[in-house]
Design a protein around this ligand. Sequence first.
Ligand SMILES: [Zn+2]
Length: 283
Amino acid sequence: MPALLVRHLLWAAALCAAAPVHAESFITRLLNKPVPGGVAVVPLGDGPTAPVATYLDRRTMVLRDDGGQWIAVVGIPLGTRPGTQRLAVQEEAGTRTLDFQVGTKTYVAQHIKLKNKRQVNPDPADLARIEKETAEQLAAYRAFRPQGPSNVMLDRPVAGGRLSSPFGLQRFFNGEPRNPHSGLDFAVPAGTPVKAPAAGRVVLVGDYFFNGKTVFVDHGQGFISMFCHLSGIGVRVGQDVARGEEVGRVGSTGRATGPHLHWNVSLNDARVDPAIFIGAFKP
Ligand SMILES: [Zn+2]
């Protein structure tokens, strides 16, 4: 083979190797589960400053991935219909929209028997209390602190324990349909320490009708954990917690049939499947 041609081929091979391969980033590979109750990771380009992305009028998390690309990590509400969804992206150059696709996922049904009838059909005084408590918790989910999370793949908040009720279960209490299960349950004994799965700030603690003793930890950029049915709370509002720091103990306060940890994960005010963030998602 003539030397010039060989050199040419080598040069071409080198160019190929250097060309951007656009392999999926670490975060995309692990978190991109674009289904109702899942997460869409949407690439936003590689400009010098972080774009601001909003979905359903809520600001979404925006991170730089390991390839230097900006990505929006978008929570998809459980009630979303499969099909095209739209993200609004604000950059220095102006505003644009980006479409992404949401696929389907089937969630199974669960029937629960509760002896306490008031927890199935609360009386009027309970309803007033529930309304106030719901508003307080929704406000916590809607907060957006600009600082990003310490980690997006989360630690399990409790050691051991099987995953009991999965996220998204369509629930029937004493035969009556109620809201689907908004979090993930861990079957662990009362008193088990509950640890922050990422660093964050305690933004709400309460003792609620349904959720019992509850702690909200804001991990940053609308990425929020809620732990409920606790027997005890070891933190106060405004406190910064390190990854792995204890926030409370497992219990069965509120509407719970026995001791377990119920953990919600929220992104842009959408409750999403916590299993995604601990590598336990089942499509
Ligand atoms: Zn639960």
